[in-house]
Design a protein around this ligand. Structure first.
Ligand SMILES: Cc1cc2nc3c(=O)[nH]c(=O)nc-3n(C[C@H](O)[C@H](O)[C@H](O)COP(=O)(O)OP(=O)(O)OC[C@H]3O[C@@H](n4cnc5c(N)ncnc54)[C@H](O)[C@@H]3O)c2cc1C
Length: 574
């Protein structure tokens, strides 16, 4: 191990290795440290349009062809057939009830499909993380990153001009001096321990545990319940969410037939499973037995790895950055896989940090306190927002109409962000807030929805709760209207939402554009614009720092609604 570098990144998931590579392309001397080695199993597989937009922007800005090609399923299959992935056309939700027979058509009434792409070619993908993360590490090494695996970092000492990391690499002790350290080591990350960053978990609402695995031979819902009416895409080629009394189950099908599946269980749910918590196999079987449709789909599937159980998967720190250090989102906070926010949020942070380093590359070399403070506040506000959207959805799970309405909040925020970013691309897009943070319409909505949902679910014994539920659905419909450019919350759709270009064109005012401006930009959304020029080899070698803006385009974080409410009610956690 060498003794010094400019930037050290700890953790080589896709976020750490991609950021390391971008910094190397910009001209930094980067060391990437990994505790394990690649390829390795990792969870967090379902990508989204916002994640793919980030990947495309990264590919184009830094001249990295693979990032661009991996951003749609069609290009991925054509250019990287060996990296395993799954077609993800959208988000599928069903509500299951204990004992509900397989032949029941009740699923039709409690089913929600929201397309995320107009066709298979432009579709998102599930990432087989063992392959994808390994790819990004290899590319980081090719870009000049000094990558070391089998590393145990035992201490980080912050001095005036440097950070000193000590530890072992392949059992051999090392001491490494860096000007900046980025923690991309995921939950329980090493900087949290080294800097004793206090937990801020008490500030959040979502609580779930996880029972999960990869399976061979899971049956498609289209085969288990063939009478389901046709939706905007085949139900199974999506992130499939099965809502159950105990929480929900995800099912992500890879193109090679392997399925990643897991139950997210609410506190107390495991007690009703009549098995000892901690015996994942029997918990899995017991849950399937309660839901015959799920049993039919998964009962005969063979785990390709031991089924695993993790209690309380949420974590949240009180700060995401400081002098000479920054945390990647997954080291800072994790809420729940509902709505697949993790990859998109992580890639947004990769973009932001790369832009920050880029903007100071010719002078002070590492981002100063102003930037880090802004980055940290943004991550904090965004973590709160994700938590509120997801916690609201958990509150709503008992009543499918409530759940579907809460989901509209998520889909309105992300489809508006996607359309705005695609129709009017700009370098500064990475600085806009995630999930409506900083948006005058959307910023406070998740908090308001969560409070309303709590009031409804707690007053269920009252005779008017059905009316309250109807009122919530109407309220969400009105509240998202200024950002609803996707024809969402439309009862005539019967919960089946295709990608609706007509609604987008009709919503031109909401995007601040004229009808003809939207019409002329539509080919970009239909994937009909010419591919970027990667004639420099697509490996970042043509990146030209001199043409980059010096100024840092600070983004709008917006007010932190949760913190404000807590302060108003006198129990503000800092
Ligand atoms: C159950 C579950 C399901 C999820 N599903 C989705 C989903 O469908 N879609 C989505 O977008 N997101 C999902 N996520 C979130 C997603 O997993 C994360 O956003 C993503 O993994 C973040 O990637 P990363 O590279 O930052 O960190 P990680 O993938 O966590 O990688 C961290 C790396 O750091 C290494 N490391 C750890 N400690 C050290 C150390 N001390 N020193 C050196 N190296 C270290 C690890 O070995 C690992 O390689 C899910 C998360 C969970 C828990």
């Amino acid at each position: 191990m060498r003794s010094s570098c400019e930037v050290v990144i700890v953790g080589s998931g896709f976020a750490g290795s991609l950021l390391a590579r971008l910094l190397a392309v910009i001209g930094y001397d980067v060391v990437l440290l990994e505790r394990g080695s690649h390829p390795r199993f990792a969870i967090g597989e379902s990508s989204t349009p916002l994640a793919n937009l980030s990947l495309e922007r990264i590919g184009i800005r830094y001249g990295l062809e693979d990032c661009y090609q991996l951003a749609t399923h069609g290009r991925w299959v054509e250019h990287f057939p060996n990296l395993r992935r799954g077609l993800k056309r959208g988000f599928t939700f069903y509500r299951h009830h204990p004992g509900q027979p397989v032949e029941s058509d009740a699923l039709t009434a409690e089913r929600l499909l929201v397309a995320a792409s107009p066709n298979d070619e432009l579709s998102d993908s599930h990432w087989l993380r063992a392959d994808v993360d390994h790819h990004f590490v290899r590319e980081a090494v090719a870009a000049g990153v000094d990558y070391r695996d089998q590393v145990e970092v035992s201490s980080a000492e912050f001095r005036a001009q440097e950070v000193i990391l000590t530890g072992t690499c392949d059992t051999i002790p090392f001491e490494l001096s860096a000007r900046f350290v980025i923690d991309a080591s995921g939950p329980g990350g090493f900087l949290a321990r080294q800097l004793s960053i206090p937990s801020a978990l008490a500030r959040t609402h979502t609580r779930s545990s996880l029972l999960y695995g990869h399976f061979d031979g899971a049956r498609m819902m289209a085969d288990v319940v063939p009478e389901l009416p046709a939706g905007p895409y085949p139900d199974d080629w999506a992130a499939v969410h099965h809502i159950v009394d105990e929480g929900w189950m995800y099912s992500l099908r890879f193109d090679d037939g392997v399925t990643s599946a897991g139950f997210l269980l609410t506190p107390g749910a495991t007690a009703s499973l009549e098995v000892a918590a901690g015996d994942p196999q029997s918990m899995w079987r017991s849950l399937l037995r309660r839901y015959p449709i799920l049993d039919n789909a998964f009962g005969g599937a063979a785990p390709t790895m031991p089924i695993a159980y993790r209690t309380a998967i949420q974590h949240r720190l009180s700060r995401a950055g400081g002098e000479r250090w920054a945390l990647m989102p997954h080291a800072f906070a994790f809420v729940d896989p509902l709505f697949s926010t993790g990859i998109a949020w992580s890639l947004r942070a990769v973009e932001r940090l790369a832009l920050a380093f880029e903007s100071v590359a010719t002078r002070q070399r590492v981002p100063g306190p102003d930037f880090i403070d802004h980055y940290a506040r943004a991550l904090s506000a965004e973590a709160n927002q994700i938590d509120l959207v997801v916690a609201g959805a958990y509150e709503a799970m008992k009543h499918f109409e409530l759940f579907a309405a809460q989901a509209m909040l998520y889909f309105a925020a992300v489809s508006f962000a996607e359309a705005s970013q695609r129709l009017a691309p700009s370098d500064s897009v990475a600085w806009s807030g995630f999930l409506g943070v900083g948006d005058p319409v959307l910023n406070d909505l998740p908090a308001a929805a969560f409070e309303r949902l709590r009031r409804i679910t707690r007053s269920e014994e009252r005779s008017d709760s059905e009316g309250e539920r109807r009122e919530f659905v109407d309220w969400i419909t009105r509240a998202i209207e200024p950002r609803n450019i996707a024809g969402l919350a439309d009862p005539s759709r019967a919960n089946l939402y295709p990608v609706d270009f007509e609604a987008l064109v009709d919503g031109h005012d909401r995007l601040g554009m004229s009808r003809s401006q939207v019409l002329s930009a539509l080919p970009r959304l239909r994937g009909m614009s010419p591919p970027p020029d990667f004639s420099g080899g697509g490996s970042g070698r043509n990146f030209d720092l001199a043409r980059k803006p010096e100024a840092l385009p600070f983004f709008s974080v917006g007010e932190d609604a949760t913190q404000r409410r807590q302060q108003e009610s006198g129990n503000g956690a800092s």
